[in-house]
Design a protein around this ligand. Structure first.
Ligand code: FCB
Length: 508
């Protein structure tokens, strides 16, 4: 889903256009997307690739969290077991034509029945943090009112198993699987969904807060609002500028409301959000491109962070239409959520430039938001995302500088490589080892330069359902044979186990 940031820019662009349109036109206005999550290959001028491979051994601070991330819909399966309600991803994946090869998450990695095997993988890699998400409709089948005891039992057992294994349960409260009943009532564009989210968090905090101390309210709000409500390649599949704008504002209000709900029940809880981020570089040294990169940064990285930390939308996006977004008096103050840490999901960088006269003519919305955002020309993973470790350094250093040295957790980084087992069953995914080595080396440079980094979570523990890409992209440290559900640690998993055990990254 990677061109999130660039396409998100286009959505902002479109949003700017929305300001100029009568409101009645907005809900039916569609925005075409020519770049799905896989297409991150647009050409751009770039600087030479930074070299990292000659660094000496790098040690990390004691108590550093070495982790792996997953999400409920991508691994659990059991989509209608034990009283679970339908989610928007169940509905979307069951709609023909939405997912590559007609794949669904009905079974996925069957982690609902194999959670102990998954925790065994975490242990085998010597990890001390496991990031997983709670499926809202497993807990509250219709997203409101009655709770489902069996759903709680599942997560409660998982938390206990992790604690017994001395692994931190690092819990995401929303990784995209909204109860379908809430979508039927208007979904994220509906202001009420913010209150439903806060109620749900209260229930989860009551049930698990005695054992879970570290939480993320959202996973990648920019991604799910953009892909789900504007571009339509993710659930619930809307293509509406107005829905996108309203969903954004509800999510920002929900972030504030959810934060307060959690702290009211568990004041000592450590609460953040996992934001999708990408370092935005100007395509050239011109003033125009530098300004374009600043606008790209505001759209890509600040749209859900600035409201939480500063109670306002980024200044660079001040042209967004307040009425179309549904902003009401008092809302800005309520969006505030003084997060205890900032989660960063980072995979690649973004190159920004001012849109040319021709592009402006071809895309009238660029008159309103005249920024072009593309991927860089570095090497690519199998899904087409650029490998650019310097982007992690740049992003972390910038957030450190601009937000007064917050605590940061790297909540995701990783790569799709579809290496298969050799005749002996060994998966030699050496490119994945190289990816994580380079990103970790970049991270440590950021730490040396002052960033307060508490943990690194590889995406992902095991090959799983990669949203619109179905099972075609393997990001795991463990290989999954989806026929037998057998899990096998890849060579990258063995390497990562050594890194975690020794608390250091060995040289290549
Ligand atoms: C991130 C998502 C995660 C997974 C990875 C590859 O954007 O948070 O669920 O899809 O990309």
């Amino acid at each position: 889903m990677r061109p999130t940031r660039r396409e998100f820019a286009q959505s902002a662009v479109a949003a700017g256009l929305a300001a100029a349109l009568p409101a009645g036109l907005l809900s039916s206005c569609t925005v075409s997307s020519n770049a799905a999550r896989t297409a991150n290959s647009a050409a751009s001028p770039v600087s030479p690739a930074p070299q990292f491979s000659t660094s000496p051994v790098i040690s990390f601070p004691q108590n550093f969290f070495w982790g792996a991330s997953t999400s409920s819909y991508q691994i659990e399966g059991a989509w209608k077991n034990d009283g679970k309600g339908e989610s928007i991803w169940d509905r979307f994946a069951h709609t023909p034509g939405k997912i590559k090869n007609g794949d669904t998450g009905d079974l996925a990695c069957d982690s609902y029945h194999r959670a102990s095997e998954d925790v065994a993988l975490v242990r085998a890699m010597n990890l001390n943090s496991y990031r997983f998400s709670i499926s809202w409709p497993r807990i509250q089948p219709t997203g409101a009112g009655a709770t489902n005891v069996k759903g709680f039992d599942f997560y409660s057992r998982l938390v206990d198993t992790l604690l017994e294994a001395r692994v931190r349960p690092f819990v995401t409260l929303y990784h995209w699987d909204l109860p379908q009943a809430l979508e039927d009532a208007g979904g994220w564009p509906n202001r009420d969904t913010a209150s439903r989210f806060a109620d749900y968090i209260e229930i989860v905090a009551q049930a698990l807060g005695d054992r879970v101390s570290d939480w993320m309210l959202f996973n990648e709000p920019a991604a799910f609002t953009y892909h789900g409500y504007l571009e339509g390649i993710h659930a619930p599949g809307h293509q509406s500028i107005l829905d996108f704008l309203r969903a954004s504002h509800t999510v920002n209000r929900a972030q504030g409301a959810g934060f307060r709900a959690l702290k009211a029940i568990r004041p000592s809880a450590r609460v953040g959000t996992a934001f999708s981020m990408s370092a935005c570089e100007p395509a050239s040294n011109s003033d125009e491109d530098r300004q374009a990169a600043e606008r790209a940064h505001a759209i890509t990285n600040l749209w859900f962070l600035e409201p939480a930390l500063n109670g306002r939308y980024p200044e660079a996006l001040a042209f967004f239409p307040e009425t179309a977004m549904g902003i009401k008096s008092g809302d800005l103050e309520k969006m505030r959520a003084p997060l205890d840490f900032i989660g960063i999901n980072l995979y690649y960088r973004t190159i920004a430039s001012v849109a040319s006269g021709f592009e402006r003519l071809a895309h009238p919305q660029r008159w309103l938001f005249p920024v072009k955002m593309v991927g860089g020309q570095g090497p690519k993973t199998d899904i087409g995302w650029e490998i650019w470790p310097q982007a992690l350094y740049d992003m972390v250093v910038r957030i450190t500088r601009d937000f007064n040295r917050p605590q940061i957790e790297i909540t995701e980084s990783g790569c799709a490589y579809n290496d298969a087992p050799d005749p002996n069953g060994v998966i030699y995914d050496t490119r994945r080892i190289e990816y994580h080595r380079q990103y970790l080396q970049a991270l440590v440079r950021a730490m040396v330069d002052g960033a307060d980094i508490r943990g690194y979570h590889a995406w992902t523990l095991l090959d799983n359902f990669e949203w619109a890409e179905g099972f075609s992209q393997r990001f795991g440290l463990a290989y999954v044979d989806f026929k037998s559900q057998k899990r096998t640690l890849k060579e990258s998993g063995r390497w990562y186990a050594k890194v975690a055990a020794e608390n250091r990254v060995p040289p290549a």
